[in-house]
Design a protein around this ligand. Structure first.
Ligand code: GLU
Length: 493
């Protein structure tokens, strides 16, 4: 079988967002499964909007997701250059070929003329497309226009007869009436090729076997097929993957929390979780399986199993999946992944001491069962490293400023000072004694302690938290809470 050669062709005009990453992933999965080649081609012909920063961001996003490319920037390859801006000579060569065979022509229409043409068409309730008026200019007429200093674009001489059928691996046969097309521009006045032209020259010369891209490009495909045919190129296989919508069923955007993939990384999503989730945006193996390691995705991915229906981006599901992967990590790996988040939050030094790393490990061990994103650590782990200077308002109201909290805490401060070691077996009897003394439930004892030592009312069990904090810190924080309650009571009386 011929080598599978696929490509991801981003324009460096923005982030690598969820949609682009999912397109890249489907291409990458197919390449890896078929031991084929994954090409990264940068479509930077829009000079005004393309930036180096965007390119860097895209490459960084690709690397975060582990989608390595075989040919492209930094790598080179036999079919380069891989930046469209460096391939202008190739586009010229093929445009010339189209001019020679009269499948392209110069168009001198000014924007005023084009506007007037569209207005007229609209007024007559016709499709506002280019009417082909420059198609049949004689050589002399063209020469005269050039001599008059008129600038021109190149238009493709579309074949208006019959239909162009896209044989799509996902959508089946999709026929387009050629009459709906027009003589679209292939070279602009600025000397740059348009997307529809450059993409064909590149995909053909780079011997791309499968064009896998977003469904928004389906309507471009008949135009591209006509160019392939006019240039005598073999038409690749097409697979148009469904759009991604937000939960409100509108097109996915930042509003839905779908930002650049590197932002997800910065929020503490793991590579494996992200890749797994992106794969599920339009693809599925069977209804019963959600968790797929990257290697399993490579094995099981199939274009035939990509849905025709739009996929819905669900941040909650992504978070849940990330939690699954976080819980699956062994402690040293989790620690290595989480350490940057502790550093970012200022909870440990830039070069953490051995003691700090050991504490990070212990803290992670207690947080791991509930962890969904690594950046939660900035809040949920802070009390292990920093004094509680403030209590959450609601936590204080319910845990400290109610019932016998003050008496219970005073009792605990006194008795916790006397236990030998500080672990579950030694702590339990102290809490039991408090329950007995105040004739209350375990929760009535634990809740004030939790608020006193964490400042919040949600945390792992006190039997896990207190041993990490140790006796001195625990007792100090309980005493601080007693003082806080006293001050509040005085303020109120
Ligand atoms: N640069 C185009 C885009 O980002 C590529 C489309 C294609 O894959 O053909 O939409």
């Amino acid at each position: 079988m011929d080598t599978v050669r696929v490509r991801f062709a981003p324009s460096p005009t923005g982030f690598l967002h969820v949609g682009g990453a999912r397109t890249a992933l489907f291409n990458w999965l197919l390449a890896r499964q078929k031991h084929g080649v994954f090409v990264l081609r940068i479509e930077d012909t829009d000079m005004a909007r393309s930036t180096e920063a965007s390119l860097e961001g895209i490459l960084e996003g690709m690397r975060f997701l582990g989608m390595d490319w075989d040919e492209g920037p930094d790598k080179g390859g036999d079919f380069g250059p891989y930046f469209q801006s460096q391939r202008l000579h190739l586009y010229k060569e093929y445009a010339d070929q189209l001019l020679q065979s009269e499948r392209a022509y110069e168009c001198f229409c000014t924007s005023e003329e084009l506007n007037a043409m569209r207005e007229e068409a609209r007024a007559e309730k016709r499709d506002p497309k280019y009417d082909g008026r420059c198609r049949h200019l004689s050589a002399d007429e063209r020469e005269a226009k050039r001599a008059a200093g008129l600038t021109s674009v190149l238009r493709f001489a579309t074949d208006y007869d019959g239909q162009t059928t896209v044989d799509d691996r996902i959508r089946g046969l999709v026929a387009f009436d050629n009459r709906q097309l027009d003589d679209f521009v292939i070279f602009k006045t600025d000397g740059m090729p348009t997307y529809n032209f450059a993409v064909v020259v590149d995909d053909a010369l780079m011997q791309i076997s499968h064009v896998i891209r977003g469904e928004d490009h389906l309507s471009n495909t008949p135009k591209q097929i006509q160019i392939y045919e006019a240039l005598g190129f073999a038409v690749p296989q097409f697979a148009h993957i469904p759009m991604i919508l937000g939960p409100d069923k509108t097109r996915l955007s930042k509003r839905h929390g779908a930002t650049s993939v590197t932002q997800f990384r910065d929020e503490g999503y793991l590579q494996e979780a992200m890749v797994n989730y992106l794969a599920l945006l339009g693809w599925g193996y069977d209804d019963s399986q959600t968790v797929f390691a990257p290697s399993e995705l490579i094995e099981k991915f199939a274009l035939e199993r990509v849905s025709k229906n739009p996929a819905v981006f669900d941040l909650k599901k992504l978070e849940w999946l990330n939690g699954v992967y976080l819980r699956d990590l062994d402690l040293p790996t989790l620690t290595a992944a989480a350490l940057p988040f502790f550093q970012r939050a200022g909870l440990v030094d830039e070069s953490p001491t051995t003691e700090q790393t050991a504490r990070v490990e212990r803290v992670l061990e207690t947080l791991q069962p509930r962890l969904k994103r690594l950046d939660e650590i900035e809040v949920s782990a802070s009390y292990f490293f920093q004094d509680v200077v403030e209590y959450e308002e609601k936590a204080a109201r319910k845990g400290l400023l109610k019932g016998s909290a003050q008496e219970i805490l005073t009792f605990l401060a006194k008795h916790l000072n006397t236990v030998s070691t500080f672990d579950e077996p030694t702590l339990k009897p102290v809490f039991a004694a408090a329950m007995e003394q105040f004739d209350c439930k375990l929760g009535d004892v634990m809740q004030p302690v939790r608020v006193a030592v964490t400042g919040t009312n949600s945390s792992p069990s006190m039997y896990e938290v207190l041993p990490i904090l140790g006796r001195e810190v625990t007792v100090q924080r309980i005493q601080n809470a007693v003082t806080f309650i006293t001050v509040k009571q005085e303020e109120e009386s």
